[in-house]
Write a protein that binds this ligand. Structure first.
Ligand code: HPA
Length: 270
């Protein structure tokens, strides 16, 4: 694995030249953030050695490099989901490579179902913590001390410093910014009404099928993490209709301007 990480990082460094210190993983329907980047280089996943290839509709797969908010950043347009069949090492491989390239801060975004009764569709939620319900941890197996510790702490998986900066931006800009705990599930099924209720009772505010693996690995490597969920549907014991993938995408697209403003300003202030 170490060899594959180095090989991929070398390839990217040769293609790109400069080193981004910030990486952004763009979630469902949040591709517009990529349009804010003054792109200097794009690389298709299929051209990157050792990279898995993204398969889901609405997730095109490429790395984007360029300037955002006065900083040189990289973004993943399209991520690898566990439900697609990738194993946890594949899902999180890009984060390993980011670290090797020199990335210090990771921004993650996703679409999520809301369980918190104060949430409405289109809300933007800063992730303050998560609950990992994936059947496997990406760190399972041999630990390479070069990559991080055997038993990493997860007490501040999402940087309090970055949450505080985001709160400041939200109040200046009049953005309704919720806080909450993200429950990460393997998918691909949406939740049953009983499952939404269960996730709320155990302390979740929103649920989705991504993010947790990448955030675990980012913490393992010592990156500072900021996460944001767009609430695309509401789940609870009374729900009678689960969202379609299209509805999730449309709701995420509607919240895009808010997420773009928040993330761009945050990057500017780092
Ligand atoms: N559940 C799981 N994942 C999701 C949801 C949901 O309700 N909405 C968007 N992604």
């Amino acid at each position: 694995m170490l060899e594959a990480i180095r090989q991929t990082a070398d390839y990217i460094r040769k293609e790109v030249g400069a080193t981004p210190e910030i990486a952004i993983i763009l979630g469902t329907g949040l591709g517009d953030l990529a349009n804010q980047i003054e792109v200097t280089k794009e690389i298709d996943y299929k051209d990157i050695p050792n990279f898995p290839i993204s398969t889901v509709e609405g997730h095109s797969g490429k790395l984007i490099f360029g300037n955002l908010g006065g900083k040189y950043v990289m973004a993943m347009k399209g991520r690898f989901h566990y439900y697609e069949g990738y194993d946890m090492k594949q899902v999180t491989f890009p984060v390993r490579v980011m670290k090797e390239i020199g990335v210090k801060t990771l921004f993650v975004s996703n679409a999520a179902g809301g369980m918190n009764k104060e949430f409405v569709v289109g809300d933007v939620m800063v992730i303050t913590d998560h609950i990992n319900l994936f059947p496997e941890n990406p760190l399972r197996g041999k630990n390479y001390e070069e990559l991080g510790p055997r038993f990493p702490a997860m007490t501040e998986a999402y940087s309090k410093r970055l949450v505080a900066i985001a709160d400041g931006i939200a109040s200046e800009e009049g953005i309704r910014l919720m806080h909450g705990v993200y429950v990460g599930t393997p998918g691909p099924t949406f939740e049953t009404p009983a499952e939404y209720e269960y996730f709320r009772i155990i302390g979740g505010d929103a649920v989705g099928m991504s993010t947790v693996p990448e955030v675990i690995v980012a913490n393992h490597t010592g990156m500072e993490v900021f996460g944001v969920s767009v609430i695309t549907d509401l789940g609870g014991k009374d729900i009678t209709q689960v969202p379609s993938h299209e509805e999730v995408q449309q709701a995420a697209v509607k919240a895009q301007p808010t997420v773009v403003k928040l993330v761009t300003t945050l990057v500017e202030r780092l």
